[in-house]
Design a protein around this ligand. Structure first.
Ligand SMILES: Nc1ncnc2c1ncn2[C@@H]1O[C@H](COP(=O)(O)OP(=O)(O)OP(=O)(O)O)[C@@H](O)[C@H]1O
Ligand SMILES: [Mg+2]
Length: 217
């Protein structure tokens, strides 16, 4: 995390630099690591898009991995709920994991509602602005609610789920995302095509001059 972290590690915890330069990994894997951050309402299509994108990237020879909201709550973040505080911690941990995976050279694709602007800003700060590619899956709530694959909107409207994003809790739209995708307008294939056409150039390995320093906390 940056030096502005509200919880810096104790002084006896000292960063130990490695012997592998980020450029070594880029050369080995033939790609520049990025975090593709999908944000949007429940049922907007984040997971569907993320896994389809992962499939395409792997088929194109890119080392890539999805971090999916529901999946992560089965393991790493199983102790977190959906209060504002827990959602913030959820996103903070995911961003730290994404950063570690990027440091390992992987392309990371995340699929989290991540409804709060400040949480996404923090995620961007943790991952690094130059590695963070935010995509707003802007499918309108009426469409998401009509899809309702998990029956969550129905339960939220019935008052069975408190603080459900879009019903009892806000979704703060990104102000200037790198890309906006509406899955009610384009087919899944078209959506993935749009993302790929923006991404492929960004994934080219950087030159030595472009790689800024070694990995630091
Ligand atoms: N073009 C499209 N792209 C992605 N999903 C689509 C598209 N068209 C229809 N869908 C459907 O929309 C639904 C989206 O569900 P999905 O689980 O991907 O949403 P999500 O944003 O990950 O929701 P949650 O935040 O609850 O995990 C799926 O049933 C999917 O088949
Ligand atoms: Mg999902």
């Amino acid at each position: 995390m940056s030096s502005e972290s509200p919880n810096p590690p104790p002084v006896e915890v000292v960063w130990h630099g490695g012997l592998v330069h980020p450029g070594d990994r880029q050369q080995l894997l033939g790609q520049r690591p990025l975090t593709v951050w999908f944000t949007g309402l429940s049922a907007s299509g984040k997971s569907t898009l993320a896994f389809a994108l992962e499939r395409r990237l792997i088929d194109l020879g890119h080392a890539c991995c999805v971090l999916d909201g529901d999946n992560i709550r089965h393991g790493l973040n199983r102790n977190l709920g959906f209060s504002h505080e827990d959602r913030t911690e959820n996103i903070r941990r995911i961003a730290e994991v994404a950063r570690l995976m990027n440091d390992a050279g992987l392309i990371v694709v995340t699929a989290f509602i991540s409804p709060y602007r400040e949480d996404r800003r923090l995620a961007q700060e943790i991952v690094g602005t130059d590695r963070f590619f935010e995509i707003h899956v802007s499918t309108p709530i009426e469409i998401c609610e009509a899809r309702d694959p998990k029956g969550m909107y129905k339960r939220a409207r019935a008052g069975e789920i408190q603080g459900f994003t879009g019903v009892g809790a806000p979704y703060e739209r990104p102000i200037s995302p790198a890309l906006e995708i509406d899955t009610s307008v384009d087919t899944l294939e078209e959506c993935v095509g749009k993302v790929l056409s923006r991404l492929l150039e960004l994934l080219l390995p950087e030159t030595e001059e472009q790689i800024s320093g070694t990995v630091q906390p």
